[in-house]
Design a protein around this ligand. Structure first.
Ligand code: V0V
Length: 141
C-alpha cells in the first residue's frame, strides 16, 4: 500500500522562527513553502543536504487560524510531532483498502495537500495513536 515515507510533520507556533532553528541547529534547507488555506496552515518542507530525490522530508506546520487543526494541537500539546505521512500511488485505492480493514479516514474524498498532492488522513485512534496522512504526489513530483 505504502511506497515510501513522504514526510513527518511538526507543529510549530512560528514558521519563520522554526525554519531558522532547523537551519541553524541541524543544517536543514527549505525545499518548498506554501500556505494551504483549506488546511489552515503555513508550511515548509525541509530537506537534508545529502538527501536523494524523493527522500522523506520534514514538514513544519504553523497555524493560520485559531480554529485550525494545528492551532488545536498546539493548545493541547505544545509544539512537537503531529503527523506521519505515507506516500501512495493512488490515494482513492489506499482509502478503499484501509476502509476495508475497518480503519476510519477523516475525509470522504481526498483534499488538496502540499504542492498539489492529493491527501487524506487516517484517524489516529485506529492506527496506534499516530495521525497518519496519505499522500498521492501530483504527477511529476
Ligand atoms: C488529536 N489526537 C491525536 C492527534 N490529534 N493523536 C495523535 N496525533 C495527533 N496529531 C487525539 C486526541 O488526543 C484525542 O485523543 C483523539 O485524537 C481525538 O481528538 P479530538 O479532540 O476528537 O479531535 P481533534 O479536534 O483533536 O482533531 C484531531 C484530528 C484533526 C486528527 C481529527 O487534527 C484533523 O482533522 N487532522 C487532519 C488535518 C490536519 O492535521 N491538518 C494539518 C496538517 P483522546 O484525548 O480522546 O485520547 S495539513 C498537511 O499535513 C498538509 C497540507 C500536507 O501534508 O500536504
Amino acid at each position: 500500500l505504502v511506497t515510501a515515507v513522504d514526510h513527518v510533520g511538526i507543529a510549530v507556533a512560528d514558521l519563520d522562527e522554526a525554519i531558522a532553528f532547523q537551519r541553524d541547529t541541524f543544517g536543514l534547507q527549505v525545499a518548498h513553502e506554501e500556505t494551504n488555506d483549506d488546511q489552515g496552515v503555513r508550511e515548509a518542507m525541509l530537506r537534508a543536504p545529502g538527501d536523494a530525490a524523493g527522500a522523506a522530508q520534514i514538514q513544519l506546520l504553523a497555524p493560520l487560524r485559531e480554529d485550525s487543526a494545528i492551532a488545536k494541537f498546539l493548545d493541547r500539546n505544545g509544539p512537537g510531532l503531529q503527523q506521519l505521512a505515507y506516500r501512495v500511488t493512488d490515494v482513492e485505492a489506499a482509502m478503499a483498502a484501509l476502509r476495508a480493514k475497518g480503519v476510519r479516514l477523516l475525509y470522504e474524498e481526498p483534499r488538496r495537500g502540499t504542492a498539489d498532492s492529493r491527501i487524506n488522513f487516517v484517524h489516529p485512534k485506529d492506527v496506534g495513536g499516530v495521525l497518519v496522512e496519505l499522500v498521492e504526489p501530483a504527477p511529476g513530483h
